[in-house]
Design a protein around this ligand. Structure first.
Ligand code: DP6
Length: 325
């Protein structure tokens, strides 16, 4: 059987950085995110008895590292199916992969949902989230709709993401400012392993439970300015950990700082706008729907910006009838 799924990438407001267990991808701490309407991956999977290995094409390319990570994930589905059968996989991103726009989140969420359906298996949303997590941690947050919390858990069964609020709950916007489309030189998975070498890592963990609680409460009460302040400080904390890990990780580019400063300038002018950043140079600008035009215009006037992509909160992962092959 053939199945196709569409998954949206997500932006973390509280970040996943560091793991307490490598093989199962159990994170050191819980995290909170929002799915993004215009950053997505569509994937078609078909298990076929005429194949003697997985046949995988991502964005029209065969890449050994990516393909072997995908085959490893297909192995998890084959284990559930209890059958050794290879798959043809075609996957297409709406955006440049590996530039810190969370291609692995939407990629592994789409692969999980399409793969499970193509295998004829029926899993609950929680089970799909647990499975997606093992492919890429942040992918588990792209399974449920809208605003999501990922529970860190102590076992595989209790480390999964669930919906906090539907996508229509709060009309937040994420204007993704694309500064570079280059592949990053240090993959996120490597950075996840060195996070604990930062002197600040334990301090972060000591405070994270309270921060998650506050963040959820600020979303619930739609307190935009307090929420914005919290997520901006969280992003700066993440990059402080990255700077002070060994080997140190410097994902920001000079233009990233230009955009960060422009956001602060807009704030000084009375516009409620904040930024967050993942493992890459691109800046996610978070504002309310009413301020999109003014914010986007200002950011687009920075000459070094390649493009801006406006996102609304989105659904999670779902099956489509239209297949890619
Ligand atoms: C900085 O989910 O890409 O974007 O589990 O190794 O695939 P792996 O890591 P990944 O890490 C995302 C890191 C982050 C923060 C976040 O999305 O929470």
């Amino acid at each position: 059987m053939k199945a196709t799924a569409k998954a949206h990438s997500n932006i973390a407001f509280i970040k996943y950085w560091g793991r307490k267990e490598e093989t199962l991808r159990l994170p050191s701490n819980g995290s909170i995110s929002m799915n993004l309407s215009n950053l997505f991956t569509t994937t078609t999977v078909e298990f076929r008895s005429d194949l003697n290995k997985d046949d995988v094409l991502v964005n029209g390319e065969e890449n050994n590292a990516i393909n072997s990570r995908i085959s490893k994930h297909l192995d998890r589905i084959r284990m559930l199916l209890q059958k050794n059968i290879y798959a043809k996989v075609i996957s297409q991103n709406s955006f440049a992969a590996s530039a810190g726009l969370a291609s692995s989140a939407s990629g592994f969420a789409a692969l999980t949902v399409a793969g499970v359906a193509a295998a004829g298996l029926h899993l609950s949303e929680k089970e799909l989230s647990i499975l997606a997590r093992q492919g890429s941690g942040s992918a588990c947050r792209s399974i449920p709709d809208g605003f999501v919390e990922w529970l860190d858990g102590n076992t595989s069964e209790d480390s999964y993401a669930y919906k906090l609020f539907d996508q229509s709950y709060w009309d937040l916007c994420d204007i993704v400012t694309v500064i570079s489309k280059e592949k990053k030189d240090v993959p996120t998975s490597t950075g996840q392993q060195t996070a604990s070498s930062s002197i600040f890592f334990q301090t972060r963990l000591n405070n994270i439970a309270q921060k998650i609680k506050t963040c959820k409460n600020l979303i619930k009460t739609k307190n935009f300015d307090e929420f914005g302040k919290l997520i901006e400080m969280e992003a700066l904390e993440l990059h402080t950990i990255m700077f002070t890990s060994w080997p140190s990780l410097i994902y920001l580019e000079p233009t990233s700082l230009t955009v960060m400063k422009e956001v602060k300038k807009l704030r000084d002018e009375g516009i409620s706008v904040y930024f967050t950043i993942d493992a890459g140079p691109n800046i996610h600008i978070i504002c309310q729907a009413k301020d999109i035009d003014i914010v986007q215009k200002r950011i687009n006037s920075i000459p070094e910006i390649i493009e801006t992509i406006v996102n609304q909160p989105s659904k999670g992962t779902y099956l489509l009838e239209d297949h890619l092959f």
